[in-house]
Every structure is written in structure tokens, then in C-alpha cells.
Write a protein that binds this ligand. Structure first.
Ligand code: SF4
Ligand code: SF4
Length: 151
């Protein structure tokens, strides 16, 4: 994989190669938690339940190439969707760059350490629960945050 030197500082999101775009992900797994949007308020409820494909230990998708056929709700992040990145956590590298912020010091591209996102408690490794083991009528008990989404 060839990444241009400090590409995240030198190029806009829509100028990145596919490899650079993928390398931006900090591996927190937060976007792979179940979420539901209130149709009236627009508020987003985030659950501590992990998508069926999320490997909670590594916080990585266990079938990334086939994720859209297996999980139709999975959202593909692209530069074109940059205006909608507000549903992502504030810590997310894509959201940070889209908002003109810098990558965090714990990000693996800065620190060179992919475990720091876990040690800092940014990732879902320590608290996520597999969605498959929870019945839908109990989903409400698993809400961990309500996020207002302003249009
Ligand atoms: S929230 Fe952002 S940085 Fe974290 S896993 Fe999802 S895309 Fe990657
Ligand atoms: S399919 Fe993979 S990338 Fe998509 S939400 Fe599930 S675990 Fe995350």
C-alpha cells in the first residue's frame, strides 16, 4: 500500500486515493453500532449493539468486501457524502477532516500504533454487545446515547 506522506494534511478528502481513504479509518467501530433515527425529531439513538458483521475484538468488519450484500443498511462513506458526516462520532477521522480539524494524536497515522484507539477508550471494544444475541423488543434497553442531528 502506497500512501503519500502526510496525505491527510496535504490533500482534500476528494483528492485521496482509495488506499488513503481507507487508511483514514481509525478502527474505532463506532459507526458499526446499531442506530435508529426518530422520524419526527430526527434525533439519532445509538445502541451498544454491534452490527452482526463487526468483529468486536478487532473492531473491524469481518466481511468488508461483501458488507453491502450482507448488511444493506451499512453506509458507504465517500467524499460526496461529506455534508452528512455529522452522524459520525466527533472522534471519527473522516468527520474531523471534513470539519477542518486535525487527526487526533492517538490516530494510528500520527502515533503509528493501532492499539491506541482501544487504550484511549475511543473504540467500542470494551462495551459493544453482539446484536445477534439480543431480541428486538429489548433494543431500547441498549440505547447509550441520543444525538440531535441538525439539518
Ligand atoms: S467512526 Fe469513522 S473512524 Fe470510526 S470506524 Fe467508523 S469510519 Fe472508521
Ligand atoms: S457491515 Fe461491516 S462496515 Fe458495515 S456496519 Fe456492519 S460491521 Fe460495520
Amino acid at each position: 500500500m502506497t500512501l503519500r506522506d502526510r496525505f491527510w494534511e496535504r490533500y482534500a478528502l476528494d483528492e485521496l486515493t482509495q488506499e488513503e481513504w481507507e487508511a483514514l479509518c481509525d478502527g474505532c467501530g463506532q459507526c458499526c453500532l446499531l442506530k435508529f433515527q426518530d422520524e419526527d425529531s430526527g434525533d439519532l439513538a445509538i445502541l451498544n449493539l454491534a452490527c452482526t458483521l463487526l468483529d468486536i475484538g478487532s473492531c473491524r468488519c469481518s466481511d468488508y468486501p461483501n458488507r453491502f450484500s450482507k448488511v444493506p443498511d451499512c453506509t458507504q462513506l465517500t467524499p460526496a457524502l461529506v455534508g452528512q458526516f455529522k452522524w459520525l462520532p466527533h472522534s471519527c477521522a473522516y468527520r474531523r477532516l471534513a470539519e477542518g480539524r486535525k487527526l487526533a494524536g492517538w490516530h494510528h497515522l500520527i502515533s503509528g500504533d493501532r492499539e491506541r484507539v482501544h487504550r484511549k477508550g475511543i473504540s467500542v471494544r470494551s462495551f459493544a454487545v453482539p446484536q445477534d444475541g439480543v431480541r428486538e423488543e429489548h433494543y431500547e434497553d441498549h440505547i447509550i446515547a441520543i444525538i440531535p442531528i441538525d439539518d
